[in-house]
Design a protein around this ligand. Sequence first.
Ligand code: COA
Length: 122
Amino acid sequence: MWTEFAAKGEKSWYHFLAARQGEDILGFAAYGRRPLTEATFDLYWIGTGQQFQGRGIGKKLLQRVVNEVRNLGGKLLIIETCGRPEYEPTRQFYLRAGCELEARIRDFYAPGDDLVVFTIHL
Ligand SMILES: CC(C)(COP(=O)(O)OP(=O)(O)OC[C@H]1O[C@@H](n2cnc3c(N)ncnc32)[C@H](O)[C@@H]1OP(=O)(O)O)[C@@H](O)C(=O)NCCC(=O)NCCS
């Protein structure tokens, strides 16, 4: 995904953005269109460096993704994450950042390991 974005830039199917401070990358996000849909996008990854978490960087990255998707004509952003207890902070982040809890598919990744789907309607 990165290779394609690095080669094609804005024309790439995948898009990356980074939160920077000088030369340092504090966090990043990656998103792209969902094939076979009219205006749906997926957030593939979002991450803030461990030492930078809890400072509003993830929220700003997500807001930036939302703005970019909107500018590309997107109407729906899908965010998938894991239902295991250790992902509770991540799920709280999505809820606090304004995402809607849309679905849960039990045992998706493995027995006892659910898929949790959040959405943002644009
Ligand atoms: C999830 C992640 C991206 C959040 O980024 P962040 O920069 O720490 O988040 P922010 O500081 O922008 O927090 C935004 C909101 O989420 C809340 N939040 C963030 N981490 C939280 C946590 N561990 N528990 C509860 N709430 C949390 C914040 O309190 C804040 O709420 P507020 O705006 O009401 O004050 C980051 O913790 C991370 O990289 N985690 C590991 C990787 C990961 O799980 N990525 C997602 C894969 S699906």
